[in-house]
Design a protein around this ligand. Structure first.
Ligand code: ADP
Ligand code: GLC
Length: 482
């Protein structure tokens, strides 16, 4: 199986996809699947695998796409990597999709067209690599042209699977890019890559892929509606029989409060009182009042429209008055970064904000906060709520996508049957969020209720093995009848 991805943690990560791309192939590898990961040779990867061996030269593959070479290396998980080495496209300072100032790279269609094109090439008998997969598993728009390229190449090929991690990002480019990408003119059609007069990577992928997955069962249903389908709901309804929601797992080794080196104090449920040392450390290091009796709310997030933090910001004055404290770590769109920083200035000692990407602090917030908050507008899966469950930090989440699938609302019935893990609200509005946080704070003040919630959450199994088995079944369903 060839797993194709534009992100791979820890070398290149803008969000959950980077984590998933490291962990899922590892879990598949442990199940005995012969899996390799195809990823662009970004500068950090090229530096980490300087001595990677070249296994194939890839001559200029059509259109104006650059030539490249494939190099092999092995991740610590034991999974072989196929690094797509094209310095002209991938060795730049900055992120996978944007430069350091947050502007999209102007040649993204070529950079990810090449990634898709090479994935398609490796799926056929014409592969220049000494290995041919039965299944090519693509992830999000930067890889989504692979099924289209494979279709137009014709002939025998591997089955394709496309996982949608976020339907909002579609890879839409002007029509003239079709020829640059080396796609045939007939591809610019409704039964091709054309989308409202433009070229859409994601639409092409959704149209041509054999198997289709997304990262939670609820999101799989939501994206088939016109309200949450980002313009692709109709196509997804047509492909509904092929679409399956498979919840992501989490890296239970990296996110384990009993062994986490980023924490001020390590703990598990049996030593849950040690969690308080992390809270004090967090409060102290971020200039919050060091108060054990004031609940501390935590946020770790990309700062984008998706995450609904504008709604949280709007009720911040009410939260401070409860009283509660709020710590926010995030980076993303400037307007949100500024709003979050302004809150911290407005409520010194009550609200702390760190703008940036900080792995260590993310872990410390998961451990040190009492309550984790995710008021997402939509959330395909979400990893942070699973981390917070594991860290005994019950989350307050909006009932959307993977949040709805992973958090069970605390009420008398769910407390009684031992299923309660957090607090779920529905309407994306300040009043609804405030009410849910209010319920969480009341529960926090009741020690026996809180311990029960923490225990239920910490006992959840979010390991990757379960998801990996579901993906295996999906792969098998595709190549068995071929
Ligand atoms: P998304 O992929 O939409 O951003 P997820 O919850 O799936 O949401 O994954 C987010 C991942 O990125 C998590 O591993 C989270 O801890 C991490 N993350 C997000 N923002 C930051 C940040 N500012 N600093 C450190 N880690 C972050
Ligand atoms: C996307 C989604 C997030 C999901 C992640 C990994 O970035 O926004 O909800 O957890 O992909 O699948």
């Amino acid at each position: 199986m060839l797993f194709v991805t534009p992100e791979l943690a820890p070398w290149m990560k803008s969000g959950g996809l980077g984590d998933v791309s490291m962990a899922l192939p590892g879990a598949l590898h442990r199940l005995g699947v012969d899996v390799r990961v195809l990823v662009p040779g970004y500068s950090p990867l090229a530096a980490a695998f300087e001595r990677a061996k070249t296994v194939a030269e890839l001559p200029h593959p059509g259109g104006v796409l650059a030539g490249a070479r494939l190099r092999t290396a092995r991740a610590a998980s034991g999974v072989p990597l196929l690094i797509l080495d094209c310095p002209e496209y991938y060795r730049r300072p900055g992120g996978a999709y944007q430069d350091a100032r947050g502007r999209d790279w102007p040649d993204n269609h070529l950079r990810f067209g090449l990634l898709s094109r090479v994935a398609a090439l490796l799926s056929t008998a014409a592969t220049p690599a000494p290995w041919q997969p039965h299944v090519v598993h693509c992830n999000d728009w930067p890889t989504a042209l692979a099924p289209a390229y494979a279709h137009y190449a014709g002939g025998a090929r591997a089955a394709t699977v496309l996982t949608v991690h976020n339907l909002a990002f579609q890879g839409i480019f002007p029509p003239h890019t079709l020829a640059e990408l080396g796609l045939p003119p007939q591809a610019f059609a409704i039964d091709g890559v054309e989308y409202y007069g433009k070229l859409s990577f994601l639409k092409g992928g959704l149209f041509f892929t054999d198997g289709l997955a997304t990262v939670s069962p609820t999101y799989a249903r939501e994206i088939q509606t016109d309200e949450s389908g980002f313009g692709l709901g109709g196509l997804l309804r047509v492909r509904s029989a092929r679409l399956i929601g498979i919840l992501n797992g989490i890296d239970t080794a990296a996110w384990n409060p009993a062994t986490d080196a980023h924490l001020a104090a390590r703990y598990d449920f049996a030593r849950i009182e040690k969690k308080a040392l992390n809270k004090a450390a967090l409060q102290r290091s971020l200039g919050l009042a060091v108060e054990a009796e004031v609940p501390l709310l935590g946020v770790v997030s990309r700062l984008t429209e998706q995450k609904g933090l504008d709604v949280l910001a709007a009720i911040a004055p009410m939260l401070v008055r409860l009283p509660a404290q709020l710590v926010m770590l995030g980076s993303g769109e400037k307007r949100f970064e500024q709003a979050v920083a302004a809150l911290a200035r407005q409520f010194p000692g009550g609200v702390a904000a760190v703008i940036g990407f900080d792995e260590r602090l993310a872990h410390l917030i998961e451990a040190g906060a009492d309550i984790f908050v995710m008021p997402s507008r939509y959330e395909p899966c979400g990893l942070n709520q699973m981390y917070s469950l594991r860290y005994g930090t019950p989350p307050v989440v909006r009932a959307t996508g993977g949040l709805a699938d992973t958090v069970i609302d605390c009420n008398p019935a769910s407390l009684a049957d031992g299923s309660a893990t957090g607090f779920v609200f529905h309407e994306l509005a300040g009043a609804a969020l405030l009410a849910a946080i209010g319920r969480a704070v009341s529960a926090w003040r009741d020690r026996s209720v809180w311990r029960a919630l923490q225990k239920n959450g910490m006992a959840q199994d979010f390991s990757w093995e379960r998801s990996a088995r579901q993906y295996c079944a999906l792969y098998e369903s595709l190549f068995a009848p071929r």
